[in-house]
Write a protein that binds this ligand. Structure first.
Ligand code: FES
Length: 147
C-alpha cells in the first residue's frame, strides 16, 4: 500500500504499486479533472503537480509517488479565483476543453518558477498537446496571469 498526499489530504491506495497515478486519481479518488489522453506520456492531458513539478500522471507509478505531494486541478480553486484560471476564462481559451486541465496545471507550475515567461519559455515549458490548436490563446493567458 502506497501512502502520499493528494490535494493536502493523506491517501492510501490499495492498488498494485506499479499502477499509474492517473488511474488512482480518477478511479479511487474520483478526481476526474485529470484526463486520460494517450497513456504514453505524450499529450499532457493527465498533467498534475508533484512536489512543484509538472508530471504526466499516466507515466508515474503509485510506488514512485510514495511520500510525495500531488496537486490536481481540483485543488486550484473551486470559485475560479486562481489567477491562471481567471486568465483562461478571460482569454475564452478552451475549445473542446479536454486538454485544458493539464494545460492549466503545466502553466501553474511554469508561473511559480518564472513570473514573467517569454513566449519561447512558454513553448519550452508547455509541451502538452491541444488538438484544437489553442496555443496562441494559451500563450496569451499565461502572459495575462503573469501580470
Ligand atoms: Fe498522460 Fe497523455 S494521458 S500524457
Amino acid at each position: 500500500m502506497t501512502k502520499f498526499t493528494v490535494n493536502d489530504r493523506p491517501v492510501q491506495y490499495r492498488m498494485e504499486p506499479d499502477t499509474p497515478l492517473l488511474w488512482a486519481l480518477r478511479d479511487a479518488s474520483n478526481l476526474t479533472g485529470t484526463k486520460y489522453g494517450c497513456g504514453t506520456g505524450d499529450c499532457g492531458a493527465c498533467t498534475v503537480d508533484i512536489d512543484g513539478e509538472a508530471v504526466r500522471s499516466c507515466r508515474i507509478s503509485l510506488a514512485q509517488c510514495e511520500g510525495r505531494f500531488v496537486t490536481t486541478i481540483e485543488a486550484l480553486s473551486t470559485d475560479r479565483s486562481n489567477p491562471v484560471q481567471q486568465a483562461w476564462v478571460a482569454e475564452n481559451l478552451p475549445q473542446c476543453g479536454y486538454c485544458q486541465s493539464g494545460m492549466i496545471m503545466a502553466a501553474s507550475v511554469l508561473l511559480r518558477k518564472n513570473r514573467a515567461p517569454s513566449d519561447e519559455q512558454i513553448d519550452a515549458a508547455i509541451t502538452n498537446i491541444c488538438r484544437c490548436g489553442t496555443y496562441p490563446r494559451i500563450r496569451a493567458a499565461i502572459r495575462r496571469a503573469a501580470r
